[in-house]
Write a protein of this length. Structure first.
Length: 330
């Protein structure tokens, strides 16, 4: 049996606004096992990053709060532990690669100082040993001349180099779980491939679990073992990656997959798109939110569809309109 590193159950995250408390993540659940990669995919505004930040309780304060659910990591509920315990978990047992490296790195401190600070905070080692380990970390993520780069400021590095530094920082304490929140945003295709290969290689070497958040289904297909499809703060489908691509059941998942360019597609063909946009948080209906986007009326907007398992490992939100794989009498 594989070891479950993280299990999220019924997670509810909300933000305090002028209109009251508004849910951004609505009863989300999934698990990730040691050595495996879970991909979380969906359009911008679907709650992927908020879910990730809820796991490590890095929500904007004082507006963001967790209203319900459990985040079980190595037998502990991260929503219940003290801030002191949580600081040991963050960066030590759970590493986070943030979406934008320029905001993850302090622009007024040199790279070396930031790496050394992270190491000394969690490992309680001397300045000299931390400096040597930081150089080895930069070498591990394939940054050339790491001794020289230790003295650079973030703005002196390219986007790809900055992202490698953020990865090095996240892996500094050899975590059991790495959360990579769109780690290739704003990088060109070549650098994107290098960063993803790097994360995959380091994952295999360390045997850690990985949560990879992206809006790119191509990245999901190449790098993940299991997939969670999120829409409007909810999980609408969850399955092993091969099963999801071969047999998508929810209309939203089908729409995402149909929008991918294919080799056999004739040049200048207009790709299919999903009409409309994700509703704002304050506009979410209690029922099926994809029906809301499609402009449908009726009972599907009023009552939330159940989330059920239709075959081994394959779960889907059972909206009678959006779930098109349901057989008569099933």
């Amino acid at each position: 049996m594989s070891e479950t590193v993280l299990e999220v159950q019924g997670l509810i995250t909300a933000f305090d606004t002028e209109r009251g408390l508004i849910r951004a993540v609505d009863q989300v659940g999934f698990s990730v096992e040691k050595g495996r990669t879970l991909g979380i995919v969906g359009e911008s505004g679907c709650g992927k990053s908020v879910t990730a930040m809820s796991i490590v309780r890095l929500l904007p304060q004082p507006a963001g709060r967790i209203l319900g659910g459990r985040v079980m990591f190595q037998g502990r509920d991260l929503t219940k532990i003290s801030p002191k315990e949580l600081r040991k978990v963050r960066g030590g047992e759970i590493g986070v690669v943030f979406q934008e490296p320029m905001t993850a790195l302090n622009p007024v401190h040199r790279i070396g100082r930031q790496l050394v600070e992270a190491l000394r905070l969690h490992k309680k080692i001397s300045q000299r040993k931390a400096w040597a380990e930081a150089i080895e970390l930069l070498r591990l993520v394939r940054i050339p001349a790491p001794e020289m780069r230790m003295g650079d400021y973030p703005h002196q590095l390219s986007g790809g180099m900055r992202q490698r530094v953020v990865i090095a920082m996240a892996l500094s304490c050899r975590p059991d779980l790495l959360i990579a929140d769109e780690p290739t945003t704003a990088l060109d295709v070549t650098v994107q491939a290098q960063i993803l290969d790097l994360i995959k290689r380091l994952q295999q070497e360390m045997g850690m679990a990985l949560i990879l958040i992206t809006h790119d289904l191509g990245v999901i297909a190449e790098n993940c073992d299991d997939v969670v499809v999120m829409y409007a703060g909810r999980v609408v489908e969850r399955a092993p990656v091969k099963e999801l691509f071969a047999n998508p059941l929810h209309a939203y998942t089908k729409g995402l997959l149909a929008s991918i360019p294919r080799l056999e597609t004739p040049p200048k063909t207009v790709l299919p798109t999903i009409p409309g946009m994700v509703a704002t948080l304050s506009e979410f209906v209690p029922g099926c939110r994809f029906c809301q986007r499609m402009g449908r009326k009726g009972p599907t907007l009023r009552e939330r569809p159940p989330f059920e398992q239709v075959k081994a490992g394959h779960w889907v939100e059972m909206c009678p309109v959006c779930y098109e794989g349901k057989e008569a009498g099933a």
